[in-house]
Design a protein around this ligand. Structure first.
Ligand SMILES: Cc1cc2nc3c(=O)[nH]c(=O)nc-3n(C[C@H](O)[C@H](O)[C@H](O)COP(=O)(O)OP(=O)(O)OC[C@H]3O[C@@H](n4cnc5c(N)ncnc54)[C@H](O)[C@@H]3O)c2cc1C
Length: 369
């Protein structure tokens, strides 16, 4: 098969990049190893205000707005509550959102091949293995939208994510409950070493999760999630459905990688390390970087100049992450519950609350290319 662009991975980054390229008239094949987009979801799906303002996400895929964040020390006693004057977050029904995004891609002319794994590069073509067996694809460019552990990055000899957290969560429908839609974050390194444990309850569904450095969970990620689930805040008085969906995956937090393009292709989303090192939010960055990628690829295809991809430079974008990388380093040093409790006393001060408010409700987003 001959195409202009082969996109590997139908997460949000791959779906969006493929759609933008097809809308510009290019012939795009999108391959995804998952047999259906509603399974094996790897994200909570919290979209921040900046994304909701700038991108037209289908409203029927979004949960109620959330303005309230409650931050807890390891003891979970005397939390700090922050309430924004604006709607800050909405949790998407990701299964529905992926289906809507794939319909938009197909409408734009993208050929989507599910249950199809990218298996490597062979001379001037790419090998994919689908339900009908292996096939060779000749593409002018390949886009690695294949997540944090990108095989495309390896095959193109581009940079690869080395600084990763792992996260896992349980998702269930909820009814009743005593509080407005709220995002609860617990700073406890014995549950979430180097990051946070969370409950996000928007009144429709609750997500209970933990994330951290894989080698620092005292008794493993799964047990940490079970322990947190047993004492998680924010669920009092709420009815829970018995059906529980489990999600999880790696989260690159080392900042945008420096080398994310070469003459044969480029990386987007998690494959490019486009995740906030501090908050571990990757949905806003993956949409913004996909727009940049599609513009650069469009120019390269129209002008027939592969060197146009050299404008797609991770080192330039990375400069905008300096502050967040420093804060990530700081969070990684909070290794014991005692230290977390001490750090938490800072959060109770006016300065601490203002700083937390800036991180949680601020206007900062992925650096504009
Ligand atoms: C537990 C967890 C919770 C998170 N919660 C949030 C959140 O609430 N808000 C937020 O902003 N960010 C969150 N993130 C981060 C965010 O989800 C990611 O940054 C974002 O989803 C990345 O999208 P992507 O398209 O780059 O990658 P992915 O969504 O990982 O998509 C990559 C796709 O490539 C496919 N693939 C991989 N290899 C191959 C191959 N060889 N052949 C074919 N297909 C392949 C995979 O099956 C997958 O579908 C979370 C991450 C985790 C792990």
């Amino acid at each position: 098969m001959d195409v202009d662009v082969l996109v590997v991975g139908a997460g949000l980054a791959g779906l969006y990049t493929a759609t933008l390229l097809a809308q510009r008239g290019h012939d795009v094949l999108l391959v995804e190893r998952r047999p259906k987009l509603t399974g094996a979801i790897r994200t909570t799906g919290i979209f921040v205000r900046r994304t909701l303002d700038d991108f037209a996400l289908p409203p029927d895929c979004l949960g109620p707005p959330i303005r309230r964040v409650v931050l807890y020390p390891p003891s979970q006693r005397h939390p700090v509550t922050l309430v924004s004057a604006r709607d800050e977050y909405r949790v998407a029904d990701m299964a529905r959102l992926y289906v809507a995004a794939s319909s938009a891609a197909a409408d734009a002319g993208v050929r989507i091949s599910l249950g199809t794994r990218y298996a490597g590069r062979e001379a001037d073509s790419f090998l994919v293995v689908g339900p009908d067996g292996p096939a060779c694809v000749r593409a002018r460019f390949v886009v690695g939208a294949d997540g944090a552990r990108s095989r495309v990055a390896r095959d193109l000899a581009l940079d690869r994510n080395r600084h990763l957290l792992v996260g896992a969560e349980k998702v269930f429908a909820i009814s009743g409950g005593e509080e407005p839609p709220t995002f609860h974050c617990v700073l406890d390194p014995s549950l979430a070493p180097g990051y946070l444990a969370w409950v996000i309850n928007d009144g429709n569904r609750a997500h209970v999760g933990v994330a951290g450095y894989a080698d620092r969970f005292p008794d493993g990620l799964r047990r940490a999630l079970d322990r947190f689930g047993a004492s998680a805040p924010g669920l009092a008085g709420a009815g829970r459905s018995d059906e529980v969906e489990r999600r999880g995956g790696p989260i690159p937090v080392g900042g945008v990688l420096r080398r994310i393009s070469c003459v044969d292709g480029l990386l987007v989303g998690d494959a490019a390390g486009a995740v906030s090192p501090l908050t571990a939010g990757g949905l806003d960055p993956c949409l913004r970087l996909s727009e940049h990628a599609a513009a650069v690829l469009d120019e390269a295809l129209r002008a027939g100049r592969p060197d146009a991809l050299s404008h797609y430079d991770g080192a330039v974008l990375r400069a905008g992450f300096r502050g967040r990388l420093m804060l990530r380093h700081g969070l990684a040093q909070v290794r014991t519950p005692t230290l977390a409790a001490t750090a938490f006393t800072l959060l109770r001060t006016r300065f601490g609350r203002a700083a937390a408010g800036r991180i949680l409700f601020g206007d900062k987003s992925f650096p504009a290319p």
